[in-house]
Design a protein around this ligand. Structure first.
Ligand code: NAD
Ligand code: UFG
Length: 340
């Protein structure tokens, strides 16, 4: 069993991953500065797993504090690095904040890893690096396109930093995971997505509208070149996504090479339109979601979904939760946090 340091481990994807790591008897140290999460998530993780992982409230950009954490909890076998800012719009209005947190954060993590001879890292990247691919489903070999936002650019830069560090020092093994659109909540409804303010993402907006918190959903564009005119994405269940991290960790810990990296798309392989999402939600919950058609959202691409062959084959990982069950989990979570 590995001892794993999880940065951003109280966040949305991090907390679900910590649950899966603990379920496989890995030892976890969570590092999070609570900039986009709540301390109470730690007790929710304990409620689900009956284990309380170590927790350090540290800003990963504070390399001295991170170093002390690596020292106190060593020897660490691997890092799963989630901690970053992720709001695309905010990254446009406050780009330097994003470059500082996301890029410096990674540099600090890599510096500590090298200092303490921790060679394995799993990194959270995004399908945003593909922009609008010319071929669908998109494979890992598709060219990287110029990022549409500073946030997207931080993911491209971070991927390059990891590859350059491997090239320079030959002592890092990385798995870079390009997530498509993570959605849903843990079946216990103890943990889920906690967007601050008005949600930017589709599913939290749908569930908040269904709960009466928002008046109506705006469907951004119905004039795309897609069967129903709305944009298409690959929505991946957060628990399936979390399990892929455990598979990636197991692969890293099992291998005998000392350096290198692998890239994996993490999606379902199926594209779903915005209108299909709304109608599926209404069908499985029996709750209506009032919506209007609005103009396209700036910076949005038309359609993307993943070719997941590589992750299926090399990680022995499959996303097999149905869209119906995923949307029900999101709805159960929304009802729980609203006391409905
Ligand atoms: P999240 O905001 O819920 O979780 C990130 C966690 O990191 C939060 O708990 C936050 O407090 C913490 N954090 C941020 N900066 C930190 C710092 N400097 N020091 C310590 N902790 C810090 O986000 P998430 O949705 O769980 O995303 C996790 C990762 O996956 C991010 O790197 C994100 O960019 C990436 N990603 C997310 C999505 C998505 O749609 N959610 C898609 C693609 C990639
Ligand atoms: N949408 C609406 N109305 C809304 C919100 C979203 O119609 O109120 C539409 C969008 O226009 C898009 C689709 O729903 O067509 C999905 O939008 P999201 O904001 O949920 O997701 P994105 O694909 O735009 O981006 C998300 C994350 C990014 C990440 C990317 C790929 O926000 O950080 O997935 O992982 F890079």
């Amino acid at each position: 069993m590995a001892k794993v340091l999880v940065t951003g481990g109280l966040g949305y994807i991090g907390s679900h991953t910590v649950v899966e790591l603990l379920a496989q008897n890995h030892e976890v140290i969570i590092v999070d500065n609570l900039s986009n999460s709540e301390y109470c998530i730690l007790s929710k993780i304990s409620e689900i797993t009956h284990t309380t992982p170590a927790f350090e409230q540290i800003d990963i950009c504070d390399t001295d504090a991170l170093r002390a954490c690596f020292k106190a909890h060593g020897p660490i076998h691997a890092v799963i690095h989630f901690a970053a800012y992720k709001a695309v719009g905010e990254s446009v209005s406050n780009s330097l904040l994003y470059y500082k947190n996301n890029v410096l954060g990674l540099l600090s993590v890599l510096e500590c890893m090298r200092e303490f001879s921790v060679c394995n890292i799993v990194f959270s990247s995004s399908c945003t690096v593909y922009g609008q691919p010319t071929q669908l489903p998109v494979t890992e070999q598709a060219p990287i396109q110029k990022a549409l936002s500073p946030y997207g650019n931080t993911k491209q830069i971070c991927e390059e930093i990891i590859c350059d560090a491997i090239h320079s020092y030959n002592d890092i093994c990385a798995v870079i995971l390009r997530y498509f659109n993570p959605i849903g909540a843990h079946p216990s409804a103890c943990i889920g997505e906690l967007p601050k303010g008005v949600p930017n993402n589709l599913v939290p907006f749908i569930t908040q509208t269904a709960a009466g918190v928002r008046k109506q959903l705006q469907v951004f564009g119905n004039d795309y070149n897609t069967p129903d005119g709305s944009a298409i994405r690959d929505y991946i269940y957060v628990v399936d996504l979390a399990k892929a991290h455990v598979k990636a960790l197991d692969k890293l810990c099992a291998q005998t090479t000392h350096s290198g990296y692998e890239l994996f798309n993490l999606g379902t392989g199926t594209g779903i339109s915005v209108l299909e999402m709304v109608h599926t939600f209404e069908r499985v919950t029996g709750v209506s979601v009032p919506y209007t058609i609005a103009s396209r959202r700036e910076g949005d691409i038309e359609q993307v979904w993943a070719d997941t062959t590589r992750a299926n084959r090399e990680l022995d990982w499959f996303a097999n939760t149905s869209l119906e069950d995923i949307l029900l989990s999101a709805w159960n979570w929304e009802k729980k946090i609203r006391n409905l």
